[in-house]
Design a protein. Structure first.
Length: 135
C-alpha cells in the first residue's frame, strides 16, 4: 500500500516492504495491485495511490487491502475513518501487518485512540519544528 517516507519510522521502507511480503506469504494472499504514495503525507486524502485505490474499489479486483501500519494509511482520525468506511462499504477487509484487526468495541476504541495520539504527535512535531526556526 504505502511506505513511510521517514527512514527511521517503522524500520524503514525496505523493512516495511519485506514485512508486507512476509505477511502475504504467511497468509496465502495474492497481490492484485500495489499502491505506493512515496513522499506524500498521510495527512491528506488527496494522494495519487489512495485516489487510485479508491477508484479501484468499484472494479472489485481485490477483497483485502493490506497496509503496513494504520499510521501509514492515514495520519488523522477522520481520514482513517473515512478510508476504513470506504473499504467496508465495498466489503473490503482491511489488514495491517503491525496491528491485529480490532474486533471488540474496546479494541476498536483503542485502535481509534492510537490514531488520535498519532495526530497529536504530528501536531507537536510541527509546533516544535516551527519554534526551532531561526528568523
Amino acid at each position: 500500500m504505502r511506505s513511510s517516507v521517514n527512514e527511521d519510522d517503522k524500520g524503514g521502507i525496505e523493512r516495511q516492504n519485506t514485512d508486507l511480503i512476509d505477511f502475504v506469504i504467511a497468509n496465502n494472499l495474492i497481490v492484485a495491485e500495489e499502491y505506493v504514495d512515496e513522499g506524500v503525507s498521510g495527512n491528506t486524502i488527496n494522494r495519487p495511490a489512495i485516489n487510485q485505490l479508491r477508484a479501484d474499489l468499484e472494479k472489485e479486483i481485490f477483497d483485502v487491502v493490506l497496509i503496513y501500519d494504520p499510521t501509514i494509511l492515514a495520519r488523522t482520525l477522520i481520514l482513517y475513518q473515512v478510508l476504513l468506511d470506504d473499504f467496508a462499504s465495498h466489503k473490503i477487509e482491511t489488514l495491517f501487518v503491525t496491528a491485529p484487526k480490532p474486533v471488540t468495541d474496546e479494541e476498536i476504541l483503542i485502535d481509534r485512540m492510537k490514531m488520535v495520539f498519532t495526530e497529536y504527535q504530528d501536531c507537536l512535531r510541527i509546533k516544535n519544528s516551527a519554534s526551532r526556526q531561526i528568523y
